[in-house]
Ligand binder design. Structure first.
Ligand code: SF4
Length: 330
């Protein structure tokens, strides 16, 4: 049986789901030891409920980044918006960046909370009729509240999101009440930076219902690519297909003189060269655009705020690549 081995695990890791996880001799000195020791062992009794809930979703996409600050959540938000803009397409956006949830602000729903908990679970917050959002940000008393949680509590929250959020409601709403076969078309999962506990948890919890692939967001400079290589190796180890890598913040085009400046210099060839070396698809580059930052701060769609910009054209190119990769997979 395959088992989950994190990228930073010791050699001879017994697997994070094993009875000896965190306690085996080979675990001594591993950075994950305390999380593995405290995690529940053996078959998780909630997995049936998680699988059943996740079974109502056609495509599940993880959005990853090696480092923070590369625009991962901005990308997740716009990927979700673009997918939901397609005819008769329902999309869920799940924010599992437990300690730094920015999706509510990016989607313009930061003032919302989870008002509705029914027998069918938690109702997500809607941004338009075919796009639903869930984030721990909706559970906080104030956006400035710090979440200081250790691994097991964060993992428990992620499981609760996967088990209890009624995404089918989004599908039902968009399908005008026909809930017999309520299926969400896409679930976009915005993850924290790096390869941490949360990543392992989401991969484990979604193993039964399947993950269709991961999109990795980076900036062009080697400092960011260094960690992206680890992210790609993590995906390979845990059996998640890399749909492709996006190079974000890839140059700034001066609106006055049209000169392009690479603010983050691709000293080792940028994401495209790295993708070639690592044998994963390169999805394209998105330039820096002050209009994107402004629309994010205001919780608006960049696609609507700057429809004729080079940045929107670049986003659309990248998202077409993701859709093509998902279709090739089907
Ligand atoms: S502590 Fe966890 S991750 Fe590290 S080697 Fe042991 S089981 Fe693997």
């Amino acid at each position: 049986m395959s088992h989950t081995v994190p990228e930073n695990a010791n050699d001879h890791c017994p697997g994070t789901e094993s009875e000896t996880a965190g306690k085996a001799a080979s675990c001594a000195g591993c950075p994950n030891q305390s999380a593995c020791q405290s995690a529940p062992k053996g078959p998780d009794p909630d997995m049936g409920a998680v699988n059943e809930r996740m079974g109502c979703i056609r495509k599940k996409i993880l959005v990853l980044s090696g480092k923070g600050g590369v625009g991962k959540s901005t990308f997740s938000a716009h990927l979700a918006r673009a997918l939901a803009a397609q005819d008769k397409t329902t999309v869920g956006l799940l924010d599992v960046d437990i300690c730094g949830p920015s999706i509510p602000t990016l989607m313009g729903v930061a003032s919302k909370s989870i008002m509705s908990v029914t027998g069918d679970g938690w109702s997500p917050v809607f941004v338009g009729e075919s796009l639903a959002v869930m984030s721990i940000g909706f559970l906080l008393e104030s956006p400035d509240q710090a979440i200081i949680w250790r691994g097991p509590k964060k993992n428990g929250m992620i499981k609760q999101f996967l088990r209890d959020v009624n995404w089918g409601e989004a599908a039902t709403e968009a399908a005008s009440g026909d809930d017999d076969d309520a299926k969400l078309d896409y679930l976009v999962v915005d993850t924290p930076p790096g390869t941490s506990d949360e990543h392992l948890s989401i991969v484990q919890y979604l193993k039964g219902s399947g993950i269709d692939g991961a999109v990795i967001v980076t900036t062009p400079q080697e400092m960011s690519l260094l960690d992206v290589r680890k992210e790609i190796n993590f995906c390979k180890k845990v059996g998640v297909k890399v749909l492709g890598v996006v190079e974000n913040m890839s140059g700034f085009v001066c609106p006055s003189c049209s000169t392009k400046t690479m603010i983050f210099s691709p000293t080792t060839g940028g994401a495209e060269a790295m993708c070639e070396a690592m044998g994963v698809p390169y999805l394209g580059a998105i330039p820096i655009d002050p209009a994107l930052a402004k629309s994010c701060d205001r919780g608006k769609s960049y696609f609507e705020e700057a429809p004729d910009s080079a940045g929107v054209a670049a986003f659309n190119h990248v998202i077409d690549g993701i859709k093509a990769a998902l279709e090739a997979e089907a």
